[in-house]
Design a protein around this ligand. Structure first.
Ligand SMILES: C[S@@+](CC[C@H](N)C(=O)[O-])C[C@H]1O[C@@H](n2cnc3c(N)ncnc32)[C@H](O)[C@@H]1O
Length: 280
C-alpha cells in the first residue's frame, strides 16, 4: 500500500461485490449493502451498465471475490453454532458484514482490523452512505508490516481467553511470507475452537495464465504489488506445523462443485485463487 493512502484494491474488491449483485443471478454472495458502500457515483455507473465489457472479462475474479466471502460467512455460521462469539475481519476493506448480516449472529462481537488509512476512509464512507455502526463492531487499526495483530486486538478489547473466528480475505498476496506466517502463528496460539479462512494466490507452475499476469500488473500499478504467491502443499505443511487442525485447501474445482453447479449463466471460478480453512 502507498503510505497514508487508503487501499485502492479495497475499493476494487468492493466494486466486484457490488457488480455481482447486479450482474450474476442468483448471487453466490448476497450483500444488501454492497452497492451503497462503494459510493453513489460508482453505484450509478454500475447500474447504468458502464464498463459492461469489463464486467464480462472480469467474471472469474468477481466470482472468486464473491465466493471467498460466501465461504467465510458459511464457516463463521458453523463456528457460531459451536459457540464462538468473536469474529475478527483482518484487512476488512469495505466488508459490510458488521452492518447488516451480523444481525443474524446473536451475541457476536465483530472486530475490524485494517491499515489505519483504509479504516479511516471506510468509516468516512459509512457516514456518507448513512450506514449505521452497531455497538457490536470495534475498529482496530493495525499495519501488519509494522505492528502485530495481537497488539491491535488487545487494544480493541478482544478476549484472548475465548475462541474467535478470523476472516482474512484479499490480503495475503500483498504481505511478505514472514508477515503471513506471524499472523497465522498468532491465530494458532488462541483458544481451541478458534479458526480462520483466508485466500491466497498459488505460485505460478508450468501453466502461464494471461489473466493472472494482467491482474498482477493492475494491482502493481495501483501501488499494491503482489509480494507472496504460495504453494498449497507447503502452506498446508506450515499450518500443521503451527498447530492447526482440520486444514482444508479449496481450489477452483472444489469451489465450483460447492457453489457453481447448474447455473444458467455459466459463472464459475477459473485460476489460481485458493481458499484455506483451518481450526485451532
Ligand atoms: C484487496 S483489499 C481486501 C479488502 C477486503 N478484505 C475485501 O475482501 O474486500 C486488501 C486489504 O488489505 C489491507 N492491507 C494491505 N496491506 C496491509 C497492511 N500492511 N496492514 C494492514 N492492512 C493491510 C488493505 O488496507 C485492504 O483493506
Amino acid at each position: 500500500m502507498e503510505a497514508n493512502q487508503p487501499s485502492r484494491t479495497a475499493q476494487g474488491a468492493a466494486l466486484h461485490r457490488a457488480a455481482h449483485q447486479l450482474v450474476d443471478q442468483p448471487p453466490v454472495f448476497a450483500d444488501a449493502l454492497a452497492l451503497r458502500i462503494v459510493g453513489d457515483e460508482a453505484a450509478d455507473e454500475l447500474r447504468a451498465g458502464q464498463g459492461r465489457q469489463a464486467l464480462v472479462e472480469s467474471s472469474f475474479l468477481r466470482a472468486f471475490i464473491a465466493t471467498r466471502s460466501r465461504f467465510t460467512e458459511d464457516s463463521l455460521a458453523q463456528a457460531h453454532e459451536r459457540g464462538v462469539r468473536q469474529y475478527a475481519i483482518l484487512g476488512a476493506g469495505l466488508d459490510t458484514f458488521a452492518y447488516e448480516r451480523a444481525k443474524r449472529f446473536e451475541g457476536l462481537a465483530v472486530f475490524e482490523i485494517d491499515h489505519p488509512a483504509t479504516q479511516g476512509w471506510k468509516r468516512a464512507r459509512l457516514g456518507e452512505a448513512r450506514i449505521a455502526i452497531p455497538d457490536s463492531v470495534t475498529y482496530a487499526p493495525v499495519d501488519f508490516e509494522h505492528d502485530t495483530l495481537a497488539n491491535g486486538l488487545a487494544r480493541a478489547g478482544f478476549d484472548s481467553g475465548k475462541p474467535a473466528f478470523f476472516a482474512w480475505l484479499g490480503v495475503t498476496p500483498y504481505l511478505t511470507r514472514d508477515a503471513i506466517l506471524a499472523t497465522l502463528a498468532f491465530i494458532a496460539s488462541l483458544k481451541p475452537g478458534s479458526g480462520v479462512v483466508f485466500d491466497y494466490a498459488q505460485a505460478p507452475g508450468a501453466l502461464h495464465s494471461a489473466h493472472f499476469e494482467a491482474m498482477a500488473a493492475r494491482v502493481a500499478a495501483l501501488g499494491e504489488p503482489f509480494r507472496s504467491l504460495l504453494d498449497p502443499a507447503e502452506l498446508v505443511r506450515d499450518l500443521a506445523r503451527l498447530g492447526f487442525t482440520r486444514i482444508e485447501n479449496l481450489g477452483a474445482d472444489a469451489l465450483n462443485a460447492r457453489y457453481f453447479q447448474n447455473r444458467a449463466d455459466g459463472l464459475k471460478l477459473v485460476g489460481r485463487g485458493h481458499l484455506m480453512r483451518a481450526s485451532v
